[in-house]
Design a protein around this ligand. Structure first.
Ligand SMILES: Cc1cc2nc3c(=O)[nH]c(=O)nc-3n(C[C@H](O)[C@H](O)[C@H](O)COP(=O)(O)OP(=O)(O)OC[C@H]3O[C@@H](n4cnc5c(N)ncnc54)[C@H](O)[C@@H]3O)c2cc1C
Length: 451
């Protein structure tokens, strides 16, 4: 039995927990991190095998907050930020029997086969279209209203699949895509809002938000390992339980009560589904609106080709609109974005399947998934039948991406209520403040700042 006293305990050593602990240590605070798995990184994990460096979870993030750039500045020497090559900027969308590039300029916007002629004209009127009145309008409804059906089907829907693995009709815009929601709410239009935002004076710190696609040199595991370096972390901590303790302190026990920490503050950085067991003293009425949060399941398959025979894809990746009724959500091209992800002359692809619409795919056997992968290798990536992938690695994520639907308002209220009722307990993680790695890094900075 080990008993200790600490200032702060962070539970969960994914990106949120590690970045929070890192920021707190930077402020000179005493922090202990408890993690149930025998490794750190949570959903982030990089493998290197046979000349391929591939991710089992997220492949890329977006430098969407100054805190992302600042974190990598702090980690310099331990891990290097890598932004995607300029040549990989193109985004492809599947329509008919092939991928088409999303328009990037006026000419391609006019000529693209992705959108109907009617909607191309209609979008010119977007700045003058009336504002919506439903604060809980879904992403899908908002997009159709402002942009037209074909823009919804061939731009917004695949984007939502790529980010949320979700259904745009079930995601509430103000929770799921608050920046988009605010463009209409504050400026009356996406176009007018985007132009006004571009004109706003920028501070040096604002300029750290480059919106670039990022990874870490050598893969995202390098980032979480760098965050963990020098931190006080217990991995393999089983059955963690938090209980209020006398004098406003907290008692955190683990390994079936054999080990115990008394601390002043507890920060949870685990998925919403893990909270009921962790915080058994919270009444059901407060816990349910949080633990009910639905996480879309995702299958990620890393696919390696040693010799592409010149058939290369200089693009970020290709997304598949649900209207096209394909088995895949999309394919990312990590070796087009980053260095040393595949052997010279080869390529690495990252297939995504499942999501809200095909949650049942998670039950498919490895054999069935391999079949789907190989079929798309020929039909979508257009490799000849004589070629097959040299590497296929399958990763199933039963709870991958939380879906910020209409019930999010109730969840956020419950979190605020719990934090008020139990001072010293902070509920962080991807149940609030956004689902991407940029959001996680931003939240970690906010939480550490507030303490
Ligand atoms: C397949 C997939 C693709 C993704 N793609 C992208 C992308 O392209 N871009 C992007 O920005 N983001 C992407 N994401 C999201 C990104 O991975 C997450 O935002 C981020 O990794 C979440 O970090 P976290 O620390 O909040 O949660 P997690 O990584 O889930 O970490 C939680 C940690 O808590 C631990 N834990 C859980 N329960 C307990 C318990 N009871 N006691 C102790 N520890 C516990 C877990 O083991 C884990 O280590 C993707 C996610 C997945 C799964």
């Amino acid at each position: 039995m080990m008993k200790q006293e600490r200032d702060i305990v962070v539970i969960g050593a994914g990106l949120t927990g590690l970045a929070t602990a890192f920021n707190l240590r930077k402020k000179g605070r005493d922090v202990l991190v408890l993690e149930k798995e025998n490794r750190v990184g949570g959903q982030i994990r990089t493998f290197t095998e046979d000349g391929f460096t591939f991710e089992s979870g997220p492949n890329t993030g977006v430098v969407s907050f100054p805190e992302v750039t600042e974190l990598f500045q702090d980690l310099a020497g331990r891990c290097e930020l890598e932004t995607a090559r300029e040549s990989s900027k193109r985004r492809l969308i599947w329509k008919g029997r092939k991928f088409h590039a999303l328009p990037s300029g006026l000419v391609s916007a006019v000529t693209t086969p992705l959108f109907t002629l009617k909607d191309k004209f209609r979008i010119l009127g977007e700045p003058w279209r009336k504002k919506g009145t439903d604060p809980n309008e879904s992403v899908g409804s908002l997009a159709q209203r402002r942009l037209g059906r074909s823009f919804f089907e061939y731009a917004v829907d695949p984007f939502v699949s790529g980010v949320y693995a979700g259904d745009p009709m079930k995601l509430t815009t103000r929770f799921a895509l608050p920046k988009l929601y605010n463009l209409e709410a504050n400026y009356g239009s996406f176009v007018r809002g985007a132009i006004a935002k571009r004109k706003e004076p920028k501070t040096d710190r604002d300029r750290l938000v480059t919106k670039k696609v990022f990874s870490a040199h050598g893969g995202l595991q390098k980032m979480v390992d760098a965050l963990a370096q020098g931190a006080d972390i217990v991995t393999g901590a089983q059955h963690i339980k938090v209980q209020p303790n006398e004098g406003g302190t907290w008692r955190v026990s683990y390994n079936d009560g054999q080990d115990e920490v008394v601390c002043r503050r507890v920060i949870t950085a685990v998925g919403a589904y893990a909270l009921p067991e962790l915080l058994p003293f919270i009444p059901d009425t407060l816990m349910k609106p949080i633990s009910n949060l639905y996480y879309a399941p995702v299958i990620q398959v890393s696919v390696g080709v040693r010799d592409t025979q010149g058939l290369d894809y200089p693009a970020f990746g290709g997304l598949v609109p649900s209207k096209e009724q394909q088995k895949l959500l999309g394919i990312l091209f990590p070796s087009a974005c980053f260095v040393e992800r595949a052997p010279e002359g080869g390529a690495l692809f990252s297939y995504f399947m499942g999501g809200v619409r095909h949650a049942d795919y998670l039950k498919k056997s490895d054999g069935e998934i391999r079949e789907m992968v190989i079929e798309a290798f020929h039909s979508m990536l257009k490799y000849p039948e004589t070629m097959t992938p040299d590497m296929i690695r399958i990763f199933r994520h039963e709870r991958a991406i939380p879906q910020y639907g209409e019930d999010s308002g109730k969840r956020f209220e419950a979190i605020t209520c719990i934090e008020k009722q139990y001072p010293g307990l902070i509920l962080a993680g991807n149940m609030r403040d956004g689902i991407g790695m940029g959001n996680r890094i931003h939240q970690a900075a906010m939480v550490a700042n507030d303490l």
